[in-house]
Write a new protein. Structure first.
Length: 169
């Protein structure tokens, strides 16, 4: 490494450059001055710094595209009798986009939801392959299906609020 390291400076080397720049010195590692700004040729290590804006928006677009494709596959192409009336409500991608939690709403009781989740879990390989093919993904995310109970919780909160209003009158 040394002076020709370019974009592969380690965190300690970047800190040394920053400290030297604040003192007014040139520092040990290469950096350039242009119109009062310091330009460092470095890459943030994984897990450090602020997430880039484009990455965040890309993950949002990918999550929405995954939701649409998975919903199309679940509603029309899976012939498993365990899967009942299921709709995909949202997809939450991990920060590294290697795994995704797929929230599904199931019409029926808890037993029906359990059977539907078993069927979806059994079809995960097929769904991943189809998603990768349709969205042209080299590595599709690992899919984990989970029942979305946000509608039930919202109905419960509304019920409790209406009870509270009736008691106040």
């Amino acid at each position: 490494r040394g002076l020709g390291a370019g974009p592969y400076l380690l965190r300690n080397e970047r800190l040394a450059n920053n400290a030297a720049a604040l003192r007014g010195g040139a520092g040990f590692f290469p950096m350039h001055r242009r119109e009062g700004f310091l330009i460092f040729s470095s890459v943030l290590s994984r897990g450090e710094g602020v997430e880039k804006r484009g990455v965040k928006y890309h993950r949002g677009r990918l999550g929405e595209a995954l939701r649409e494709e998975i919903e199309t596959i679940v509603e029309g192409e899976l012939g498993d009798p365990r899967i009942g009336l299921v709709s995909v409500s949202s997809v939450a991608l991990a920060d590294d986009s290697r795994s995704a939690r797929v929230f599904v709403t199931v019409e029926g009781d808890e037993e029906e939801a359990g059977r539907s989740l078993e069927g979806l879990t059994a079809a995960v390989g097929y769904i991943r392959r189809e998603v990768a093919e349709r969205l042209h993904l080299r590595r599709p995310p690992e899919l984990y299906f989970q029942v979305d109970r946000s509608g039930q919780l919202a109905a419960r909160v509304d019920e409790l609020l209406s009870r509270a209003k009736k008691r106040q009158r």
